[in-house]
Design a protein around this ligand. Structure first.
Ligand code: APR
Ligand code: PHB
Length: 389
């Protein structure tokens, strides 16, 4: 087989890239190691920046998002038993949209199928070759046979554990990492959300987040030590813990019900520099991870992919390679700002097991400053709604 761009991974990054390239008339094939159902079964965050919505519009996959997504003009911070609203729209003129990543993925899959573009699911032993020269090659196994795709470029959109980044010689990369000593235990339930907007709660028992997927489906999280196992958390234990971390009004109005999903996600900050190795380009979680506190994971994947799609279009349509040359640097500037914000919001609201009395007071002072200073709230809001491309 031969294509212009071989894309590794059919998560939101790979699927969005495929869609944007197809719209620019650039031929592409996606190679994914899992099945479509497995990909759709992963529950992830659900907040889209307005620039991400713009990118999905450009890809022609925003119809259902506009029908079913919930525009949110603010978020709430909760600490010391009180809630404080951050009016995102008044502070920035922009808003975010609540729409699950699973739904974004579903819309992208449907659009790809409608276009008839090739996606190879359940490909095993995927390997990347020749990207340091002029004739890259992707090899994989499927149905007992080995297959090869010759291409001009490879896009590594295969997530944190993918093969793309691991195919690059260690000496050519610089890795930056911070692993946090806790995770988020999350549940999904068909119960009405506790409030109209998201509540980010800092509490001495640990962080909690009240989010949603729709007016009838809630997504809640509590911070737990990294050693915790989801199996040890009954629904009743989860609801009690969540309630104990909320302000009295939210605790009282919380509607509980059976969980339809329950899992623990570790928290990590990670960046791989650079994002380009010859004819291989990394995008999304393959290149960077943020802790979920700022809801930046999917949004960052979308901005990488938009830059890459534009750079490939310039290369194919005007024979201009300059944007591809600048891809890594351009992405990294936005990535590091989102890394900073996600790290900051995580530090602001979580309990750190090794925190001493001094750091606890600093955390309190920072929260106090935030609710008393419009400048501080504006800085949060500007980052939360998403920095411009
Ligand atoms: N070969 C082929 N496909 C692979 C391989 C491999 N060796 N390894 C992983 N994959 C696939 C995974 O099965 C997955 O479907 O690559 C895809 C990567 O998807 P994601 O992990 O969702 O990453 P990305 O598309 O970059 O999306 C970023 O996802 O994790 C969240 O917070 C993150 O919201 C952000 C978004
Ligand atoms: C979610 O709805 O899953 C969600 C929302 C906001 C976050 C993280 C996750 O910051």
């Amino acid at each position: 087989m031969r294509t212009q761009v071989a894309i590794i991974g059919a998560g939101p990054a790979g699927l969005l890239l495929g869609q944007l390239l197809a719209r620019s008339g650039i031929d592409n094939i996606i190679v994914e190691q899992r099945s479509p159902d497995y990909v759709l079964g992963r529950i992830r965050a659900g907040i889209l920046e307005s620039v991400t919505v713009d990118a999905l519009e450009r890809a022609g996959v925003a119809a259902r998002l506009h029908d079913e997504g919930l525009p949110h003009d603010g978020i709430e911070l909760s600490f010391n038993g009180e809630r404080h609203r951050i009016d995102l729209h008044a502070l920035t003129g922009r808003r975010v949209t609540v729409y699950g990543q699973t739904e974004v993925t579903r819309d992208l899959m449907a659009a790809r199928q409608a276009e008839g573009t090739t996606t190879i699911y359940e490909a095993s032993d995927v390997s990347l070759h020749g990207f340091d020269g002029t004739r890259p090659l992707v090899r994989y196994r499927k149905d007992g046979a080995t297959h090869e795709i010759e291409c001009d470029y490879i896009a590594g959109c295969d997530g944190f554990h993918g093969v793309s980044r691991q195919s690059v010689p260690v000496a050519s990369t610089r890795l930056f990492e911070r692993v946090y000593p806790f995770g988020w235990l999350g549940i999904l339930s068909d119960t009405p959300p506790v409030a109209d907007e998201l509540i980010y709660a800092g509490h001495e028992r640990g962080f909690a987040l009240c989010s949603m997927r729709s007016k009838a489906r809630s997504r809640y999280y509590v911070q737990v030590p990294s050693t915790e196992r989801a199996e040890d958390w009954s629904d009743a234990r989860f609801w009690d813990e969540l309630r104990s971390r909320l302000d009295p009004q939210a605790a009282q109005s919380l509607v509980t019900g059976p969980s339809i999903e329950k899992s623990i996600a570790p928290l990590r900050s990670f960046v791989c520099e650079p994002l380009r190795f010859g004819r291989l380009f990394l995008a999304g979680d393959a290149a960077h991870i943020v802790p979920p506190t700022g809801a930046k994971g999917l949004n960052l994947a979308a901005s990488d992919v938009l830059y890459l799609a534009d750079a490939l279009a310039a290369r194919y349509q005007q024979d201009d390679p300059r944007e591809l040359d600048g891809y890594s640097e351009k992405c990294l500037r936005r990535i590091w700002k989102a890394e900073r914000f996600s790290w900051w919001m995580t530090s602001l609201l979580h309990r750190f097991p090794d925190a001493d009395a001094f750091s606890s007071r600093i955390q309190q002072a920072e929260l106090d400053f935030l609710v008393s200073s419009e400048a501080a709230r504006k800085a949060l809001a500007e980052n939360y709604v998403g920095l411009p491309y």
